[in-house]
Ligand binder design. Structure first.
Ligand code: ADP
Length: 485
C-alpha cells in the first residue's frame, strides 16, 4: 500500500514537472502538423484525381454521345465503328458503357449482360428530361458513373442517354501507396520528435538543477559574504539566484542582529546585577562598621536596581509579544481616543509633577478609531513618558488629538533637550539611547520606542519624529481610523 501511494506521489510529481510539460509541448507541436499534413496531402490527391477522372470520362462520354446522335444507332446497333468506339472506351476506363434509348431500354451494354433490359435510375430520368451530364461515385465498389444525354444537335431532341462507368481502382491504389508512405514518414518524424522532445526537456531544464543544487548547498552552510553561486544560463535563473542571494544576505543580517540583540540583552540585564553586587559587597565588607543610615541608603539603591531589572524584563516581554503578533492577530475595536489620551495624562500627572513638567492636552476633534487599546495606550504612554523624562525644569509636554479623512493623528511634543539629527533614525532601535548614562540615570531601558513603533506598525500606522536640540521634540503618530482603510 505504502509503495503504491509513494508511486502515485512520484507519478503526480512527474506529470506536474516542467520537464514533462516541455516534452509534451514539443511532442504535440511536432507530431500534430505531420498528421495533418499527411491527411491534407492524401485527401487532396484523392479529390484532384477523382475530379480529373470525372471530367475526362464526362468529356469522352459527351464526344461519344454526340457521335451517337449523328448516326442511326438507335435503329441499328450493329454499327461496327460505333461499337468499336464503345468497346475501346470501356476498355480505356476499365469500365462499362450502356446506351439507353428514350424508352429506357438498354440497347447496348459493352458487358452484354443487360442488353434488352430496362433501366430507370434517377440520373437517366434527369438526362431524358433535359438535364446536362450527371456523375456519381460508388466508393464501395470503387467506380464512378457518368450519365450524359444523347441529344440531336439541331432539333435538341433527346434520343436517349449514355451511361459510362469507370473504375477508380488506380486512384485508390495510388491513395493507398501515398498513405502508406505518409504513415512511414510520420513514424520516422514521430520518433525523431520524441528524441528531440526528450533532449530538449532535459537540456533546457539543466540550469534549474543547478539552482536546486545551489539552494541545497545552504544545508551545508552558505556564507553570502564569500560564497556566490551564479547560474547565468537564463535571465530567470539569474533572477532566482539574485533573489536567493538577497534572501541569504537578509537572513545573515537577521542572524547578526539577533546575535547583537542577545548580547545587548545580556549586557543590559547584567548592569543592574553588577551594581547590586557592588552595593551588597561593600555592605558585607563594611561589616559592623557600616551605620544604619548607610545601610538604608545602599538597600534603597539595591531596590532601585531590582526595579530597573524588572522594568527591562517587562519591556523585553512586551517587545517579544508584539514581535510575535501579526496584523491579523490583533483585535481592533472602536475606541474613543480622547478618553484614552486623557486617562494616560491622568496616569502620568504624578511623574510630570515630580519633574516639574506641565502636561497639556488639546483636542481638535473628538476621534473614534478601531484600535487595540492596550497596545496603542502602551505606545503613546512611552512617548509621553519620554517627553517628561527628557524634559527640562518647568518644561511642558503637549498632547494633541486630531484626524483627517483616513487617520487619527496624535502628536506628542515637548520643550525638552531634543534629539540630534544623526540619532533621529536610530531611536527606534532596541537598546539605542542618545546618551546612555543619562538615560540609565533617569530609568530608561532603551526599549520604549522600539515597543512604540512595533505597536503602531501592528495598527498599520506610522510614526515620525522631528526635533531641534535644546528646544524640544515632536512625535506624530498616524493610525488608520478603520481597519479596512
Ligand atoms: P529609553 O528607555 O532610554 O527612554 P526609548 O527607546 O524610549 O528608550 O528612547 C530611546 C532614546 O531616544 C532615549 O534614550 C533618548 O535618548 C531618546 N529620546 C526618546 N524620546 C525623547 C524625547 N522626547 N526627547 C529627547 N530624547 C528622546
Amino acid at each position: 500500500m505504502k509503495t503504491i501511494i509513494s508511486g502515485l506521489v512520484q507519478n503526480v510529481r512527474f506529470y506536474r514537472s516542467l520537464k514533462f510539460r516541455i516534452f509534451l509541448i514539443v511532442l504535440i507541436t511536432g507530431i500534430i502538423p505531420v498528421i495533418v499534413m499527411r491527411n491534407i496531402m492524401v485527401r487532396g490527391y484523392e479529390n484532384r484525381a477523382m475530379n480529373q477522372k470525372t471530367s475526362e470520362v464526362t468529356n469522352q462520354s459527351a464526344i461519344v454521345a454526340a457521335h451517337l446522335a449523328r448516326t442511326d444507332y438507335f435503329s441499328d446497333t450493329s454499327d461496327i465503328v460505333i461499337n468499336d468506339e464503345l468497346i475501346q472506351m470501356s476498355n480505356l476506363y476499365d469500365g462499362r458503357i450502356l446506351v439507353i434509348n428514350d424508352d429506357f431500354l438498354i440497347i447496348k451494354d459493352t458487358y452484354g449482360k443487360s442488353q434488352g433490359k430496362y433501366i430507370v435510375s434517377s440520373e437517366v430520368i434527369s438526362c431524358m428530361n433535359g438535364s446536362r451530364n450527371m456523375s456519381s461515385v460508388d466508393e464501395e465498389n470503387r467506380y464512378l458513373e457518368i450519365t450524359v444525354p444523347i441529344v440531336d444537335e439541331n432539333s435538341g431532341e433527346v434520343y436517349g442517354a449514355l451511361v459510362a462507368s469507370a473504375s477508380t481502382d488506380s486512384i485508390h491504389d495510388n491513395v493507398e501507396v501515398l498513405d502508406r508512405r505518409g504513415r512511414f514518414i510520420q513514424v520516422i518524424i514521430s520518433v525523431l520528435v520524441v528524441l528531440i522532445a526528450y533532449a530538449l526537456s532535459s537540456t533546457l531544464l539543466r540550469p534549474f538543477d543547478k539552482v536546486i543544487k545551489a539552494v541545497d548547498s545552504v544545508k551545508e552552510g552558505f556564507d553570502p559574504g564569500t560564497d556566490s553561486i551564479e547560474v547565468p544560463d537564463y535571465t530567470e535563473t539569474r533572477d532566482i539566484m539574485d533573489a536567493f542571494h538577497h534572501l541569504m544576505s537578509r537572513m545573515a543580517e537577521v542572524d547578526a542582529s539577533r546575535g547583537e540583540f542577545v548580547a545587548n540583552v545580556s549586557h543590559e540585564l547584567k548592569t543592574p546585577l553588577a551594581s547590586m553586587k557592588v552595593l551588597s559587597d561593600s555592605l558585607i565588607q563594611g561589616g559592623d562598621s557600616v551605620d544604619a543610615e548607610t545601610y538604608r541608603e545602599f538597600m534603597q539603591d539595591i531596590a532601585a536596581e531590582v526595579d530597573r531589572e524588572n522594568k527591562i524584563i517587562n519591556n523585553l516581554l512586551s517587545l517579544v509579544k508584539l514581535d510575535g503578533e501579526k496584523d491579523s492577530e490583533i483585535e481592533l475595536e472602536p475606541h474613543d481616543l480622547s478618553a484614552m489620551l486623557q486617562q494616560l495624562i491622568k496616569t502620568l500627572t504624578p511623574l510630570a509633577d515630580q519633574k516639574g513638567v506641565e502636561l497639556l492636552y488639546e483636542e481638535k476633534l473628538p476621534v473614534e478609531a478601531e484600535i487595540d487599546e492596550t497596545k496603542l495606550s502602551l505606545a503613546i504612554m512611552n512617548l509621553m513618558e519620554n517627553a517628561i523624562k527628557y524634559n527640562k525644569e518647568n518644561g511642558w509636554v503637549k498632547v494633541t488629538l486630531d484626524a483627517d479623512m483616513q487617520f487619527a493623528i496624535i502628536t506628542v511634543s515637548d520643550s525638552g533637550m531634543g534629539i540630534p539629527e544623526e540619532s533621529i533614525n536610530k531611536i527606534y532601535d532596541r537598546f539605542y539611547r542618545v546618551d546612555k548614562s543619562h538615560s540609565r540615570e533617569i530609568g530608561g531601558t532603551g526599549l520604549g520606542l522600539a515597543i512604540t513603533r512595533n505597536a503602531i506598525l501592528l495598527h498599520r500606522g506610522a510614526i515620525k519624529a522631528s526635533s531641534i536640540v535644546g528646544e524640544g521634540t515632536t512625535f506624530i503618530v498616524k493610525i488608520p481610523l478603520r481597519k479596512d482603510i
